[in-house]
Design a protein around this ligand. Structure first.
Ligand code: B12
Length: 326
């Protein structure tokens, strides 16, 4: 009889497990810690030798080095990223915050390949431990994955789509940084796949993209969880976009789709306290070996009901009606 989930049960390859450090990634992330503190870089370090899981990070690139789609996507991304950030002009262009937001949106419509923009105050607690920045604001950008490609997760084609969108997200952030700098305002792009100085999900939530899902990724009612984020830290006084709540958190509490689809069973039915916040949390130690062995996985964002084309906006309306009746 055919098994419901062909990736379950999952047994990690011994050569990968031999690289596992003594420290748990969950301990690095502060699972069970009730006091607030900044996050520590746990993975995707620019220099893998600086993190405990660095040998596993290097192994990610060795798991399937000949995957044609992934290699082609990496080449495509490298070409996109030949575009560098431009110089800082001497004089600062002055506009009201609302005029700045309008101008940013118009610039994005004309020449930035992203699907959503938000702006919020930069909370220093979103910076990783050891990182200091004095920027006032953060512009957050989202790029949507192609649904058909992500539906193939955890195959190489889905991994390739993630790499392509990392390229678009990074190019978008660089173009906005160039645009701000050309108007005299200092700006720093935060782009993946490496961790960078800033956590991306908290500013995306604060600037109105959506809510954290049970699978540990942000859910936006339009794109579901199937998008990538990048950001630009800046002092330009751009008006902020408001935080929005849709009842996704309640929806996740009773939905079990991602939990059941996750081959290493890294998604929990309950919230956990992590660095003083009670939130959905994905078990890093369970997630990582499967992620490494399957082109970055992405099953959880692919199966999320919110990610299915056309479903998110209807679900959001239904939840809004239910909340209005309550
Ligand atoms: C390291 C990392 C990983 C690691 C470890 C993740 C982990 N949970 O420990 C690994 C390699 C396992 C991983 C896997 C995945 N990742 Co990842 N990852 C990152 C990265 C580079 C840093 C995040 C981090 O340091 N996590 C460790 C600690 C801080 O985790 P945490 O305490 O559980 O906090 C998480 C969330 O709760 C949230 N968060 C942090 N503080 C707070 C506070 C509040 C109040 C709330 C509500 C949320 C929140 O942010 C963290 C995201 O992992 C970010 C990019 C970035 N700079 O933010 C992308 C990022 C979070 N990943 C992303 C994605 C999509 C994935 C995958 C689905 C893989 C894929 N192919 O796409 C899986 C999902 C697994 C998961 N949810 O954990 C996207 C999320 C986009 C979205 N829709 O929200 C990001 C933003 C990358 C991007 N540029 O788009 N990832």
């Amino acid at each position: 009889m055919a098994r419901l989930n062909p990736y379950k049960p999952f047994t990690p390859r011994p050569e990968q497990m031999a690289l596992k450090p003594d420290v748990s990634g969950n301990a690095i992330n502060g699972l069970g810690e009730t006091a607030q503190r900044r996050a520590r870089m746990v993975y995707w370090a620019p220099d893998p030798d600086t993190i405990a899981h660095g040998r596993m990070q290097r192994w990610f690139y060795l798991a399937d080095p000949d995957c044609r789609e992934v290699n082609a996507a990496r080449k495509h991304r490298a070409r996109l990223l030949e575009e560098q950030i431009g110089p800082l002009a001497a004089d600062k262009v002055q506009r009201s915050p609302e005029e700045w937001l309008d101008a940013l949106r118009r610039h994005a419509d004309d020449s930035v390949p992203c699907e959503r923009i938000g702006v919020t105050t930069l909370d220093p607690d979103w910076l990783y431990e050891g990182e200091e920045r004095s920027f006032a604001n953060v512009v957050v950008l989202a790029v949507h994955h192609d649904s058909d490609e992500i539906a193939l997760a955890p195959q190489g084609r889905a991994g390739a789509e993630v790499i392509r969108q990392y390229g678009r997200a990074a190019l978008s952030a660089r173009r906005i940084a160039t645009w701000l700098r050309a108007q005299g305002w200092e700006a720093e792009a935060v782009t993946g796949p490496m961790t960078g100085p800033l956590l991306l999900i908290p500013p995306a939530i604060a600037s109105g993209f959506g809510e954290l899902g049970k699978h540990g990724s942000l859910i936006d009612p339009e794109f579901g969880a199937s998008f990538r984020l990048s950001a630009v830290m800046t002092d330009a006084p751009i008006a902020h976009t408001p935080k929005r709540e849709y009842g996704i958190d309640d929806f996740c509490a009773s939905c079990r789709v991602c939990e059941q689809a996750c081959p290493p069973e890294a998604i929990s039915p309950d919230k956990h306290t992590v660095r003083g916040e009670t939130k959905w949390y994905v078990d890093f130690d369970k997630c990582l070996p499967f992620f490494n062995q399957h082109h970055g996985c992405a099953i959880c964002i692919a199966v999320c009901p919110w990610s299915l084309p056309g479903v998110g906006p209807n679900l959001a309306q239904k939840l809004a009606r239910r909340r209005a009746r309550a």
